[in-house]
Ligand binder design. Structure first.
Ligand code: PEP
Length: 257
C-alpha cells in the first residue's frame, strides 16, 4: 500500500452467493465485528438482485456497493441484461469487469472487457478491471506479457481524465478459489508491472494514483503480508468476503497504523 498517493480499496466479490434476505443479517454481523476503516474504502460487489438490499444495509456502515458485471450497451433489446445507468440509478458505485470466471464461462474477451469499461465510465461507475494469467502462462514465463496485453486492451481509448476512476485487480487465475495464494513477492511484482504499463500509457502522476488490488485466495491470514507490498493497494476477495469475521480481519489489515 502507499496511502500517500492512492486509495486502498478492500472489495468483496460475493459471486453467485447470498440471497437478498441474507444481506441485512450479513451487514449486522459485519457491523458487530468490523473495525473502523480509517484508511481504506470498503466495497461489497453483489449479485444484481442483492443490490437494493445491499445499498440499504451497507449505507450506515459506509460500505460502497458494486455490481459483478454489466452490459456494454446503453439500453435496448438485450433480454436479461443490465445496463450501467440502471446500476447508477440504484446507487451502485463500482462494477467488476472481466473477472476470469466471466472470461472462462461466458466468453468475455479483452475486446468485450474494453467495451464494458467504456460503458461503466460513461455512466459514472468505477470499474474494477480484472486481469490475470493462467497457470500454463505463468509456467511458460509469459505472465507479464499476458498482463500487459490485458491491461492495454482493457484501457484502450480510455482518457487520462477517466483513468482516475479505474481500479485494476490483478487476479492470477490459478489462485482464485483454490486456496493457493500468490506469494507477496509474486503479487507485488505483477502489480508493479501493471503500474509500469499505466505509466507508459498515462504518465507517472496517474500511474502513482491508480489503485491496484490483488485477488486470489486473499484471507484473514495472508492479507497483511500481501498489503505490505508497495504496489498492492487492496484486495478483491471472494470466499473470505462471505464470512463477516474474515472480511473484517482483512479490513483491519488494511487499516493498521
Ligand atoms: C475473486 O473471486 O475475485 C476471488 C479472488 O476469489 P477468492 O478470494 O475466493 O479466491
Amino acid at each position: 500500500m502507499n496511502r500517500k498517493y492512492r486509495k486502498t480499496i478492500i472489495a468483496g466479490n460475493w459471486k453467485m452467493n447470498m440471497l437478498p434476505s441474507q444481506v441485512k443479517p450479513f451487514a449486522d454481523e459485519l457491523k458487530a465485528v468490523s473495525p473502523r476503516a480509517k484508511w481504506c474504502e470498503t466495497v461489497i460487489c453483489a449479485p444484481f438482485v442483492d443490490l437494493p438490499a445491499a445499498i440499504k444495509a451497507f449505507k450506515e456502515l459506509r460500505i460502497s456497493v458494486g455490481a459483478e458485471n454489466l452490459n456494454e450497451n446503453e439500453k435496448g433489446a438485450y433480454t436479461g441484461e443490465v445496463a450501467a445507468n440502471m446500476l447508477v440509478d440504484l446507487g451502485v458505485k463500482y462494477v467488476i469487469i472481466g473477472h476470469s470466471e466471466r472470461r472462462q464461462y461466458y466468453g468475455e474477451t479483452d475486446f468485450s472487457v474494453n467495451k464494458k469499461v467504456h460503458a461503466a465510465l460513461e455512466a459514472g461507475l468505477q470499474p474494477i478491471v480484472c486481469v490475470g494469467e493462467s497457470l500454463e502462462e505463468r509456467e511458460m514465463g509469459i505472465t507479464l506479457e499476458r498482463i500487459n496485453l490485458q491491461v492495454k486492451a482493457a484501457l484502450s481509448g480510455v482518457s487520462a481524465e477517466k483513468m482516475r476512476r479505474v481500479v485494476i485487480a490483478y487476479e492470477p487465475i490459478w489462485a482464485i478459489g483454490t486456496g493457493r495464494t500468490a506469494t507477496a513477492e509474486q503479487a507485488g511484482e505483477v502489480c508493479g508491472a501493471i503500474r509500469g504499463v499505466i505509466r507508459d500509457l498515462y504518465g507517472a502522476r496517474i500511474a502513482r494514483a491508480v489503485t491496484i488490488q490483488y485477488g486470489g485466495s486473499m484471507n484473514d491470514k495472508n492479507a497483511a503480508e500481501l498489503l505490505a507490498q508497495p504496489d498492492i493497494d487492496g484486495g478483491l476477495i471472494g470466499g473470505a468476503s462471505l464470512v463477516p469475521a474474515k472480511f473484517a480481519a482483512i479490513i483491519a489489515a488494511a487499516n493498521q497504523e
